[in-house]
Design a protein around this ligand. Structure first.
Ligand code: ZN
Length: 591
């Protein structure tokens, strides 16, 4: 019989500890301390409480816990002295029937890893979906992580231990994140379509209106049909639009969605998660024959990443009336104009202006997106509240000094352009850090025609600065640029600077942000508010209606625009629940 949360909340401590026995390898104290915080409203809340116990315990108990774990496919497995939980997990991953070569390779990795870090390699072998990583995936992760940084690896082992505990807890409570698994599976299936040249290498690349891109649109539209959307269409720019009608015909719609195109060799969840989470909600409403006092319009945006053409946010831009007709004459790397690509896809360019939405017909826009950063992962939090999409400003600059002989020019006579930019970089780093939530990056740096024996006479650089409000961004930019002037004057250098991009910050609408916050409260997920460092479709919709975003934790330190991008079925399940809760709140408000 699976346990219930009610039983756990009401049992005497010793019995409750018994219920949580074995979650953390040989470490019942973690469950014991977390149980002091009963009652829990959800398993998610209990899981987080246990991560906090371990965080607060400090490094020594953390290392002891890591060392309490058996090696993967190690001696304990061979001599059959693993705990029942570990045996089950290692067997499921196929580690108990390695070939002799695989076994030897894993033993070598075990030895290397242990020699480097002083603790065993820990991996939640049941993986992000909970149904098991393949042997190849396990070995790949091992090979990658053996090169990690010691501090990072300790944390990464702890995160894997929490993931192992999460799955063990689910098993005890007979809980399966079925909605999250559904969303997970859609993403897996959609990732089977990849552009020519990348598909062969097993990489995911889906750029605007390629064969793979159009296949994705078809797939999404069919799944929308299966979910029970009433109207489904692929619009004039290739957005897939599904509408689930309201109870009363003239009611407003909630607009939601995200993009299905990807960067080159990207991840499976960026964008797509925000399409499938609301689809899972509509599927449930339809299955229950339930209509809400408002309609739901889910848009799978055709283009957000600006990969094939320099037309970022093309999909959402079409909805806000910002499709720039000049884009149509842009050519891709093969010389195909966007106009030709659209004609080839059967899209009607003349219909694009009609895609513009009337904000009066909508309640607002919400978007779920994978965080694409390390913050939630480090905090052991599945979901995060977005306060604002950062405003940004970009410059291309050049500092000009005097190229001179590296051997004969004394240090106090130099006009070194690169040293000046180096000084600027360090200032920008420190000045942005001062704000707490601003970022500044010099991503491009070049000494044109530089030589090993010449003092740099010129240094070209880029400068990208972002902050949650326009005012904060502008203050940051002002001070960094003033510093550049000061540095150049002091060092007798000249400089030029060109602003190449400026995007306004998109702060979340307070009432919409509160709805996300209430839904996390109801789920027992502690609130963490954070700005979005990356741009999203919500930024475009922000121009015509209120918006707010929800972030979902990314695994592997939240890496994104990378095949290692990942999230778990459990986190996706919580995202579906959070979305459904917002729908519930809106339903009560609309009555
Ligand atoms: Zn995205």
């Amino acid at each position: 019989m699976p346990l219930t949360l009610d039983q756990l909340n009401t049992a005497p401590l010793s019995e409750a500890m018994q219920m949580l026995d074995g979650l953390y390898e040989h470490s019942p104290w973690i469950a014991e301390r977390a149980l002091a915080q009963r009652p829990f409203v959800s398993l998610a809340q209990l899981k987080h409480a246990m991560t906090r116990v371990l965080d607060d315990a400090g490094i020594e108990p953390q290392l002891a816990l890591i060392r309490a774990h058996p090696e993967l496919a190690g001696k304990a497995m061979v001599s059959k002295t693993l705990t029942a939980e570990s045996t089950n997990e290692q067997t499921k991953a196929g580690l108990t029937n390695c070939t002799p070569e695989e076994f030897a390779h894993i033993q070598q990795l075990n030895a290397d890893y242990n020699a480097r870090f002083g603790f065993p390699f820990i991996l939640a072998v049941r993986g992000p979906r909970g149904t098991g990583l393949s042997k190849a995936q396990i070995i790949e992760a091992f090979e990658r992580r053996v090169h990690g940084h010691p501090d990072f690896e300790r944390q990464e082992c702890l995160r894997n231990i929490h993931r192992i505990a999460e799955i063990r807890l689910n098993d005890k409570f007979g809980f399966e994140p079925v909605d999250g698994q559904q969303v997970w599976d859609w993403q897996e299936k959609l990732a089977q379509h990849s552009d020519a040249g990348y598909a062969e290498k097993g990489q995911l690349t889906v750029t605007y209106l390629t064969d793979a891109h159009r296949a994705c649109a078809q797939r999404i539209s069919h799944w929308m049909k299966d979910c029970g959307f009433d109207e489904i269409e692929i619009d004039a720019v290739g957005n897939v639009v599904g509408r689930y009608r309201p109870a009363a015909p003239d009611a407003k719609y909630l607009l939601t969605g995200s993009h299905y195109d990807t960067v080159r060799n990207g991840g499976k969840y960026d964008g797509r998660l925000g399409i499938f989470v609301p689809m899972a909600c509509v599927q449930k409403l339809h299955a229950a024959s339930k209509r809400l006092p408002f309609g739901i319009e889910v848009v799978a945006f055709a283009e957000e990443e600006g990969q094939r053409y320099k037309a970022t946010f093309l999909g959402s831009g079409a909805l806000t009336g910002h499709f720039d007709p000049a884009w149509l004459d842009q050519k891709d790397a093969d010389g195909i104009t966007m106009r030709e690509a659209m004609r080839h896809a059967g899209l009607c360019v003349d219909d694009i202006p009609q895609l513009q939405r009337d904000p009066l017909q909508y309640l607002g826009f919400i978007e779920v997106h994978i965080e694409q950063g390390p913050v939630l992962n480090e905090l052991n939090l599945p979901l995060g509240i977005v306060t604002s999409i950062n405003g940004s400003v970009r410059y291309l600059g050049e500092v000009i000094g005097m190229a001179s002989h590296a051997g004969t020019t004394p240090m106090d006579r130099r006009r070194d352009a690169a040293a000046a930019v180096a000084e600027l970089i360090l200032y920008a780093e420190q000045r942005a850090a001062q704000d707490g939530d601003s970022v500044a990056t010099v991503g491009m740096l070049q000494v044109p025609n530089g030589s090993i024996n010449v003092v740099p006479g010129s240094c070209k650089f880029s400068l990208d600065m972002r902050a949650p409000t326009n005012a904060q961004r502008d203050a940051l930019a002002r001070e960094v640029l003033a510093k550049l002037t000061e540095i150049c004057e002091r060092r007798s250098l000249r400089h030029s600077l060109e602003e190449t991009m400026r995007a306004a910050a998109a702060p979340s609408a307070p009432d919409w942000q509160s709805r996300w916050e209430r839904s996390l409260d109801a789920l027992g997920v502690p609130l963490h508010r954070m700005p979005s460092g990356a741009g999203h479709d919500a930024m475009k919709l922000h121009e015509i209606m209120p918006q707010a975003m929800l972030f979902v934790r990314g695994e592997n330190s939240g890496i994104s625009h990378n095949p290692l991008e990942s999230s778990t079925a459990d986190d996706m399940d919580l995202a579906v629940k959070a979305f459904a809760h917002v729908l519930e709140q809106l339903s009560t408000e609309q009555h």
